[in-house]
Ligand binder design. Structure first.
Ligand code: HEC
Length: 129
């Protein structure tokens, strides 16, 4: 008679462990590729960004609080998000009559600097009573 062992045969258990390890590795790989994709350039300079933001202030405000109702506030927005959107406008992946023109000639460094400037602005949110 074959003794009942309870649980999976050893071979299957090993497989299961291998699957777990593989899953962990693929999680790490996904995280790593996110980090690699995050377009934060080295040496983003908010002071340079502040100067460049002169081109943006009629619509977004130098302080990142929008001056026209169709433009979004940029104050305190994350560097990663701002960079991603500016690059999307530049590449044509995201289109907008004003922003596509604005972003067309920005370099990666300028985009990083601008994003660093707007991210550096502290905002305080106040919920309605
Ligand atoms: C003539 C007005 C105008 C100027 C100048 C302008 N923007 Fe914009 N920007 C807009 C409008 C309008 C939108 C909203 C686009 C849409 O509706 O998709 C926008 C959207 C954006 C967004 C996306 C924000 C989001 O929440 O998705 C970013 C980032 C941005 N602008 C950055 C800049 C920067 C940096 C500059 C200066 C280099 C600049 N803009 C200059 C009008 C302007």
């Amino acid at each position: 008679m074959i003794p009942k062992t309870g649980g999976d045969p050893p071979a299957l258990r090993k497989n299961h462990a291998a699957r777990k390890v593989r899953a962990a590795y693929s999680t790490i790989a996904v995280l790593a590729s996110f980090l690699a994709m995050s377009p934060v350039a080295q040496g983003a300079d908010p002071a340079e960004g502040r100067k460049l933001a002169a081109q943006c202030k009629t619509c977004h405000g130098l302080d990142g609080i929008a001056k026209i109702p169709v433009a979004p506030n940029l104050a305190g927005e994350s560097q990663i998000y701002i960079e991603k959107q500016l690059k999307a406008f530049r590449s044509g992946k995201r289109e907008h009559e004003m922003m596509s023109l604005v972003a067309k000639n920005l370099t990666n460094q300028q985009i990083s600097d601008l994003a660093a400037w707007y991210q550096s602005i502290e905002i305080i949110a106040k919920m309605p009573e």
